[in-house]
Design a binder for this molecule. Structure first.
Ligand SMILES: NC(=O)c1ccc[n+]([C@@H]2O[C@H](COP(=O)([O-])OP(=O)(O)OC[C@H]3O[C@@H](n4cnc5c(N)ncnc54)[C@H](O)[C@@H]3O)[C@@H](O)[C@H]2O)c1
Length: 245
């Protein structure tokens, strides 16, 4: 498959999990990829798929701007696709929540997307070709469970941010969508995941299973392609039917 051939894409949080699978799928479809992560393991992940890498902590505004500016200058071909996938998860009951946790989740999960869009969208606009932005939200933005107030609120911010960005960037033929995965089997949350929980969550899907990173990657590849050209401002569920609104 080469439907993305000749285009350039960047995926954040691509050292492992969903982001790595998204980057691999896009590379398999011919896209020239850059993988960004705070974890230096991203260098190996990128090398394995013939991609470039950037080790950047998205909590650090200036380092993020610097890293992306240097990367853009190094190539000269503006990105067609930005996938803001990096995220962190933590749980705490509302009445006991440390506000530092609230700030940290918002900083990585939502605020960093403003910076990456500010860094990359101007060159997309200047290219006159348009582009695509995909921001990783979560089913938690629409429902969520007790203990997820900070995480769910950060993901609801992603949905709202993406909707407004779609309005502002649409006139430049840049689409912006958020993705709301359900429960995807990755290392996120693995340390607290029990077999009973997996069974209970699986039963919530009419398809009877949890998501795989490949389920999410396929939707992002579609949005990045010409077939996704008229979809913007959406918060797309990839939940196996666990969430239907
Ligand atoms: N796994 C799920 O069930 C699920 C469900 C809905 C949404 N999501 C979202 O999907 C995205 C990917 O999740 P995942 O399950 O692959 O998680 P993961 O923990 O396996 O991977 C997250 C990646 O983001 C990177 N990252 C974290 N903080 C960073 C920072 N400050 N700077 C740069 N990189 C950073 C990590 O190093 C890691 O490589 C996240 O935004 C997550 O909230 C996951």
């Amino acid at each position: 498959m080469t439907r993305l051939h000749g285009r350039r894409g960047l995926v954040t949080g691509a050292a492992r999990g969903i982001g790595r699978q998204v980057a691999q799928r896009l590379a398999d479809e011919g896209m020239r990829m850059t993988l960004l992560d705070v974890d230096p393991a991203v260098e190996r992940a990128a090398a394995e798929m013939g991609a470039s890498s950037l080790v950047v902590d998205l909590r650090d505004d200036e380092a993020t701007r610097r890293g992306l500016a240097a990367d853009a200058d190094g190539d000269g071909d503006p990105y067609w696709l930005l996938v803001n996938n990096a995220g962190v998860f933590a749980k705490a009951p509302l009445l006991e929540m440390d506000l530092g946790q609230w700030d940290d989740l918002h900083r990585v999960n939502a605020r960093s997307m403003v910076i990456t869009m500010q860094a990359l969208a101007p060159a997309m606009i200047a290219s006159g070709r348009g582009g695509r932005v995909v921001n990783m939200a979560s089913m938690a933005a629409k429902r969520g469970t007790p203990g997820e107030a900070a995480y769910a609120a950060s993901k609801a911010a992603v949905v709202a941010l993406s909707r407004i960005a779609a309005m502002e960037l649409g006139p430049h033929q840049i689409t912006v969508n958020s993705i709301c995965p359900g429960y995807v089997l990755t290392e996120m949350g693995a340390d607290t995941r029990s077999a009973d929980q997996v069974a209970a969550w699986s039963a919530m899907s009419p398809l009877g299973r949890l998501g795989q990173p490949a389920d999410v990657a396929a939707v992002i590849a579609f949005l990045a392609s010409d077939d996704g050209a008229y979809i913007t401002g959406q918060a797309l569920n990839v939940t196996g039917g666990m969430c239907t609104w």
